[in-house]
Design a protein around this ligand. Structure first.
Ligand code: MV4
Length: 448
């Protein structure tokens, strides 16, 4: 087992990782920017090293400074959390070159899954269902038009370097194709320095359902069932739950087995997620693979009683997994609490939390780094915590979530709590009738 892990992250996930390390008897090193000097991850870690000024590019993304911090403190592993350097192939390689275990994917794996067209081809070869479309990258508008004619409109152009919705264009009709192609290419080139595009049939009103996986260094892969992440706004997830109210036991098994086949085909090691689009007929298709721990991992932990960070660290250290799959025994929902104003287009609302009271009670979990008097810096993402509730049934979990949300008092900043309160009363959401388009028609104006 590792003796000392450096956590190359901040906020709630840094704290989450420190907590498990403490329980495992592993020493921790926090790194922080000058904006995070007063953060809890700095206080709760055994050691802390300042790695630069507030902008991420000079601190949490500053590879030389992070490696130097690991060398100075004698850390034998680095946990990257999510975001920042968690899916950076160069960082993964530099860690290895310096004899530091990167608790995440190998550079090859990150590159393979980071290129979306090649990831899709790899998964298709492994027998994972994929959406009909181009075989790899499109070479020209003419080739795209030909394929679109075969698979029928609407189609979608996607950036191979993309993810998170950037560099995507829906094409409803051949007359729009050339403009969509040019726009998507320009956007991908600017965002990723890569203008490669591929084409797919556009799935109308899909659900986003992902399978949690864990693989060890001995060739075993298991699935830990699904999370339904369809409640999103502009590609930002707001609410996640498990089990998905849309899927059956049979579909869970089929998606789980497909995900395992995909992960085995690439000798996947560590925790990872395969994201699927699920259409109205309950047909499912590979979308992307994430090679990191995800924000929404706690709902899986709660329904299967499993510490994903602990198991992630154990497999990184070479330990074997049990090999069995895990199925939800409970129902869990997570609401992301962001320092944003849901009544004003989710405009960021950084600043000082003057009063904080957090909910509690049976089945209520809060993963957060904030406290009364804490100032949320404007430099990073606006998520200030996650409220996770667990109950026997979805109905009970919804009631519990409403009760917990209503106990929250956060003064000094705006948060997404009023949005969540309204969603918990929304008939469509309560009925489990929602797709990734659900929030497009949501009446944010009438939030209390
Ligand atoms: C799609 C799609 C419909 N059809 N692909 C959005 C982000 C990127 N990961 C892939 N995305 C989509 N790909 C086909 N062929 C719809 C989306 C999509 C979406 C997917 C998951 C969650 C939210 C979404 C919101 C808009 C579009």
């Amino acid at each position: 087992m590792f003796k000392k892990i450096l956590i190359a992250n901040r906020g709630e996930i840094a704290l989450r990782i420190i907590r498990t390390c403490k329980e495992m008897g592993v020493k921790t090193v926090a790194v922080y920017s000058t904006a995070d000097k007063e953060s809890l991850h700095v206080r709760f870690a055994d050691e802390a090293v300042c790695i630069g000024p507030p902008p991420s590019s000079q601190s949490y993304l500053n590879i030389p400074n992070i490696i130097a911090a690991a060398e100075i403190t004698n850390a034998d592993a680095i946990h990257p959390g999510y975001g920042f350097l968690s899916e950076n192939a160069e960082f993964s390689r530099i860690c290895a070159d310096n004899g530091i275990k990167f608790i995440g994917a190998s550079p090859e794996m990150i590159n393979q899954m980071g290129d979306k067209a090649s990831a899709k081809a790899t998964m298709k070869k492994a027998g994972v269902p994929t959406i009909p479309g181009s075989e790899g990258l499109l070479k020209s508008v003419e080739e795209g038009l030909k394929i679109a004619e075969q698979i029928k409109y609407p189609v979608i152009l996607k950036a191979t370097a993309g993810g998170g919705g950037r560099g995507m264009r829906i094409v409803k009709d051949p007359s729009e194709f050339e403009k969509a192609w040019n726009d998507a290419r320009t956007e991908s080139k600017a965002a990723f320095g890569n203008d490669g595009l591929y084409l797919e049939k556009f799935v109308v009103e899909p659900r986003h359902i992902e399978i949690q996986l864990i693989g060890d260094q001995h060739g075993q892969v298991a699935h830990l069932s699904e999370r339904d992440c369809s409640i999103q706004r502009r590609h930002q997830k707001l609410v996640e739950e498990t089990p998905s109210p849309f899927i059956t036991d049979e579909l869970r098994e089929n998606m789980g087995q497909a995900a395992i086949a995909g992960a085995k085909a690439i000798n996947y090691e560590g925790v990872g997620t395969i994201e699927f689009l699920v259409d109205a007929n309950r047909d499912f298709y590979f979308m992307e693979m994430n090679t990191r721990i995800q924000v929404e991992h706690p709902i899986t932990e709660e329904v299967i009683d499993y510490d994903l960070i602990k198991e992630q660290i154990k497999v990184a250290a070479g330990e074997k997994i049990t090999g069995k799959n895990y199925y939800p025994k409970m129902h869990a929902i997570e609401c992301r609490i962001n320092a944003e104003d849901p009544k004003n287009g989710f405009r960021p609302s950084p600043g000082k939390i003057t009063t904080l009271h957090t909910p509690g009670g049976h089945g209520v979990r809060i993963d957060s780094h904030v406290y009364s008097g804490y100032t949320i810096p404007p430099n990073y993402d606006s998520m200030i915590g996650k409220l996770i509730v667990t109950a026997q049934t979805r109905e009970e979990a919804l009631v519990k979530m409403k009760r917990a949300l209503s106990e929250f008092v956060i003064e000094g900043i705006k948060t997404t709590i009023p949005f969540h309160l309204k969603l918990m009363d929304d008939p469509g959401f309560k009925a489990g009738n929602f797709t990734t388009k659900y929030l497009e028609d949501f009446d944010f104006g009438s939030i209390e």
